[in-house]
Write a protein that binds this ligand. Structure first.
Ligand code: IVH
Length: 678
């Protein structure tokens, strides 16, 4: 792979992983399997290692996924809450053991445990009482869910025995299968979307606003890690045994191992035995047991070097492929979807699975009539992963990918470097038009109360072709549609009115610009401050945003240079939608909106904390000084090269003191206090 191609792929992977991380941790609705996510992450790690010039501290390889929501008070973790390095191959576990052997001078053992598939929690006990429960959040700050944790039946409020005066213990909140099934039955009865898997259900339940409801969800906790700084023990095993003696829930499925053979036996045993456990597990965690050895191995930016997770392969089923549908999405991308003979997989019946794109069909050599392997690794949409060639009937032929859009009949196109075929008829293809409207109305976008069936109805009645048409619909028109009554019509009109208060970053997301997911839209909106500034930005200006690369910059630039789009934005602006940052609900303030700041040197808080502070106030950090830098924020010992460049370009250099005067005082103090707890 050449350097340009590597750069493009790195960027593509960062976008994909960032968006999916958000869907996984925040929305509890991932649309890629864990295994696929892990493989893409490993591909990105390998590319970044081969091309260190494309290193970015913001890359998903350098940060743990964030579950932070806006409804909870955020608090700093006393010790960063990291993730685990993971692998699907025993040989990498062997490499982990060999590395430890080489690096550690004295003897050591391994502690093998189940890898629980829930959502991480950090509990603090003070004087034997549970005083705080934080989610992992972004690893630095977590959501304070203490009230909810107190309603989880096996989390003790008070401890017994010789517990330390204050300590932290970390673990997982799980939803056992039985509670998960009961909850989904209840949701189905009430017409609510079911949770895709117990992990999403656990995470969604832990983040409920109503702790009475949390108590009813049947959540369960298991604890597996006491930060070594927190207690005076020699081994991890001893720490967990002590925790159990204080009344804390610690798994009994834990084993001390002295060799790779013993580790392998533990893995093999649980790969089968886990199917009889009442809760979900997705692997085995292997930890170096001696805390002194853990200390000497230390941590990477994201995970400890003293532990590794071996993940079980996703469950598979084999079933006949009956036919293939070709579905058009809102961006015009055409996805092949397999219709399967119904098969039982991971607790549900699977009838449809994605075939991803034409290249994937060719690579797997899938043919209608074949018996295909289906996998479902926690995601909603199962995937075809292979063909059982020994069962192939004699007369089956490779499927022909359609040449025309299955919806509007326009010839499909495939752009260079793209894996998918596209319908180019953006303004005339009904599926794309409806898809864009549906995306615009979505909960994370404008939150207009209507679903797919309503969009179908509006489109069929020729009421909408673009989002601005929604705002022209009258009550009279609504009431003349089948099934609409006064109350529903008024609710819809009220939600349209409310959507005018939606902050600019969500409006930008609602426009449905390709590659611009929720978090990218937020970054772009906060960086530029207004649609006018975005529309007049060059690609180079767009590239100043640390998470925006060529692909996103190109897509935004093209979008803003299409007359039809600018006309639609003009209409939406006249209707009263927000096209400027006014201090969003998630951000602390918009005091730094539109500012691109380069941070250099040491500050009273860590540099990462400073960057978060800037982001919380709507500013954007860039790694190098250029013509579009607003100012250099210089701590002690700033980089001489950066200072020289500022001097050359006439860019202001400001101190930490001067900087803090730019922030609204009360908010700044609170934010800085939280961040300096480290
Ligand atoms: S130890 C410093 N032990 O898996 C890391 N983690 O995918 C300490 N997990 O972030 C974590 N079971 O949320 C540890 N027995 C176990 C675990 C476990 C599940 C979770 C944990 C971690 C994630 C990584």
């Amino acid at each position: 792979m050449g350097k340009d191609e590597a750069q493009r792929r790195i960027e593509e992977l960062r976008i994909l992983l960032r968006e999916n991380s958000r869907k996984y941790y925040v929305e509890n609705a991932p649309d890629m399997s864990d295994q696929e996510f892990d493989f893409l992450m490993h591909e990105l790690e390998a590319l970044e290692a081969a091309y260190p010039e494309f290193y970015s501290p913001d890359s998903p390889t350098q940060r743990v996924g964030s579950d932070l929501g806006s409804e909870f008070v955020k608090r700093a973790h006393r010790y960063p809450m990291l993730s685990l390095g993971n692998t699907y191959s025993i040989s990498e576990v062997e490499e982990f053991a060999a590395r430890a052997d080489k690096l550690l001078e004295s003897g050591f053992s391994y502690c093998c445990e189940l890898k629980f598939d829930g959502t991480a929690i950090c509990l603090t006990y003070t004087g034997g009482r549970l005083t705080r429960a934080l989610t992992r959040g972004d690893g630095t700050m977590g959501d304070d869910v203490t009230r909810n944790a107190l309603r989880i039946s096996n989390i003790p409020h008070t401890l017994k025995g010789d517990f330390p005066e204050e300590f932290e213990i970390r673990g997982e909140i799980l939803m056992p299968y039985a509670s998960f099934e009961a909850l989904n039955r209840e949701r189905a009865d009430e017409g609510e979307a079911p949770f895709a898997n117990p992990r999403n259900a656990a995470s969604g339940s832990l983040k409920l606003g109503d702790s009475e409801e949390v108590a009813k969800r049947g959540l369960w906790c298991t604890l597996y890690h006491i930060p070594a700084q927190s207690v005076p023990f020699d081994t991890h095993y001893e720490a967990l045994s002590k925790a159990a003696s204080w009344g804390l829930p610690v798994s009994e499925h834990i084993k001390l191992c002295n060799s790779i053979e013993e580790i392998r036996a533990f893995i093999d045993y649980w790969d089968v035995a886990r199917r009889s456990l009442p809760y979900a597990t997705d692997g085995i965690v292997i930890k170096i047991n001696e805390l002194s050895a853990q200390r000497s191995l230390g941590y990477t930016a994201k995970s400890p070097r003293w532990a590794v997770a071996y993940k079980f392969k996703a469950e598979q089923a084999c079933t006949p492929l009956l036919s293939i549908d070709y579905q058009v999405g809102r961006t015009g991308a055409v996805t092949p979807v397999a219709n399967l003979a119904p098969v039982q997989l991971g607790g549900t019946v699977v009838k449809r699975a994605t075939l991803v794109n034409a290249d994937q069909i060719a690579a797997l050599d899938v043919r209608v009539g074949d018996s295909v392997y289906v996998e479902k690794g926690g995601e909603i949409i199962p995937k075809i992963t292979g063909v059982n060639l020994s069962l192939r009937p004699a007369d089956v032929l490779p499927p022909a990918f359609p040449a025309l859009c299955p919806d509007c009949g326009t010839p499909l196109v495939k752009q260079e470097g793209e894996a998918k075929w596209f319908c180019p008829n953006q303004d005339g293809c009904p599926t794309q038009i409806k898809g864009r409207i549906l995306h615009f109305m979505g909960r994370k976008a404008m939150n207009i109360l209507a679903g797919e069936a309503t969009v179908e109805q509006f489109y069929a009645a020729s009421l909408v072709k673009t989002p601005s048409d929604l705002y022209k619909i009258s009550k009279y028109q609504l009431m003349s549609l089948e099934g609409w009554q006064d109350k529903a019509a008024q609710r819809f009109l009220d939600s349209l009115e409310d959507s005018k208060k939606v902050p600019f970053e969500r409006v930008l997301f609602a426009l449905g610009i390709r590659f611009v997911g929720e978090s990218t839209a937020r970054d772009i909106a906060l960086h530029f401050g207004s649609i006018d500034a975005i529309a007049s930005a060059s690609k180079k200006d767009l590239l100043q945003i640390s998470d925006v690369g060529e692909v996103v910059a190109g897509s935004v630039y093209e979008y803003m240079h299409k007359d039809a789009h600018m006309e639609e934005i003009g209409k939406l602006r006249l209707i009263g939608l927000k096209f400027e940052v006014t201090g969003g609900s998630d951000s602390v303030s918009a005091a730094l909106a539109g500012k691109t700041i380069v941070v250099s040197g040491n500050f009273s808080i860590s540099r990462d904390a400073m960057k978060e502070l800037i982001a919380a106030h709507g500013g954007k950090c860039a790694s190098s000084v250029s013509g579009s830098t607003s100012f250099l924020l210089a701590g002690s010992k700033p980089g001489p090269e950066k200072l020289r460049k500022c001097d050359q370009l006439g860019i202001p250099v400001i101190s930490e003191d001067e900087f803090s005067k730019l922030l609204p005082s009360s908010e700044k103090n609170e934010a800085v206090q939280e961040l300096t707890l480290f």
